[in-house]
Design a binder for this molecule. Structure first.
Ligand code: SF4
Length: 369
């Protein structure tokens, strides 16, 4: 079991900060107030190449090879205006009532990335400059929803808004400030008192967030995994002890917190590895007053489209994506995803349910999938 010795709380300096090499600002985004904040943050981070484009199309995203295109895209932040189609909150069970997007794309390099297959083209991170329009979705959807709002199990969360469906918002926060803006406005009650933001992250840059007036209306979840999975497959993210130190820091600052244990994989010795992870989390949250800790557990899955994209990005990956070892699951729209076979799922589910209860009784399991 890890002791808090590894959780250095004397400093909450991030161990992993993304600084883009290139920042492209579209014409339509150029004069918006949030763009000025993004430019200020990028300049502070030392970005030299900040360009305002003459139009609204992102140009020169492709390199000579797929490798170059990937590398250049992952080093680029595009500041764009979210189109009206991206502004309408969408239901997002089982996580939250609604999804709203502060950005699309992520600079990290997880070999199983959830975004593969759902975002088109080179993996540039696009941050939305019209943040007021994005946040207006909270106003129009507050009081509606069926995942948390009005339910017996999660009704206390109010109407919930998930911010991390298409990005890791903390991973880009130091150069965008979008999270701080959202947390502050929701904390100030701009959208009423019965709404809650939530996001999940693999980063640890929480120094700014701990000082915000959040009013307990944001739940920060850390994506955590067994050491073998995280060390092998989660490139460009904060290491696990750093994420747990950040978890402790934000929980101590009064945020509601959570674990996204994902993607769970039955790697050799998975019981011991995930057991050690749960023990590390227990050590990280020990002694925090009024701790509000949830857990969401998501097993690894892939689709034909995500597999193709991931093998293009990470051709030498050791990630198991073998259809013959998996069960097929059909979505209501007819799409196929590959999940672990029934017996493996049953064993893992039983183990996690029991061990979460035993090792981390403070955590409330929201769902397993
Ligand atoms: S942190 Fe999340 S969004 Fe970013 S690369 Fe990893 S899995 Fe993808």
């Amino acid at each position: 079991m890890t002791t808090p010795r590894e959780l250095d709380l004397t400093t909450i300096s991030p161990t992993r900060l993304w600084v883009p090499k290139h920042v492209m600002i579209t014409r339509a985004a150029a004069d918006l107030p949030h763009t000025a904040e993004i430019i200020r943050r990028c300049e502070r981070a030392g970005v030299d190449d900040i360009r305002v484009l003459s139009g609204n199309a992102l140009t020169s995203l492709r390199g000579a090879t797929e490798r170059e295109t990937y590398a250049s895209a992952k080093n680029t932040l595009a500041v764009v205006v979210a189109p009206p189609s991206a502004l309408k909150p969408q239901p997002i069970p089982p996580s939250a009532d609604w999804r709203i997007d502060l950005a699309r794309g992520c600079p990290a390099h997880c070999q199983y990335c959830y975004l593969a297959g759902s975002l088109q083209g080179p993996p540039v991170t696009r941050v939305y400059a019209n943040i007021d329009d994005v946040l207006d979705g909270i106003r129009t959807s507050a009081g509606r929803g069926s995942v948390t709002r009005g339910t017996l199990e999660r009704g206390d969360e109010g109407t919930t808004f998930e911010l991390s469906c298409y990005t890791d918002p903390l991973g880009i926060e130091s150069v965008t400030g979008s999270l701080a803006a959202a947390i502050t406005r929701v904390g100030a009650g701009d959208f009423g008192s019965d709404v809650q933001l939530r996001f999940t992250t693999k980063f640890d840059d929480v120094g700014e967030l701990v000082g915000l007036d959040h009013s307990g209306r944001t739940r920060i979840r850390f994506s955590v995994n067994a050491a073998e999975v995280a060390d092998r497959f989660e490139g460009g993210t904060a290491r696990m002890p750093a994420r747990l130190a950040a978890l402790r820091a934000v929980a101590t600052a009064g945020y509601r917190v959570g674990l996204t244990i994902a993607p769970v994989m039955p790697v050799p010795g998975w019981r011991e590895q995930y057991g050690a992870l749960l023990d590390d989390v227990a050590a990280a949250v020990a002694g925090i007053e009024d701790l509000d800790l949830t857990a969401e557990i998501i097993t690894h899955r892939f689709t034909p489209a995500s597999k193709e994209v991931l093998l293009g990005w990470y051709p030498r990956t050791k990630l198991e994506m073998d259809e013959d070892l998996r069960s097929q699951k059909r979505s209501k729209f007819g799409g196929v995803k590959y999940v672990y076979p029934k017996q493996t799922m049953k064993e893992m589910r039983e183990w996690f349910t029991e061990e979460l209860d035993r090792r981390l009784p403070a955590a409330r399991l929201l769902y397993w999938t």
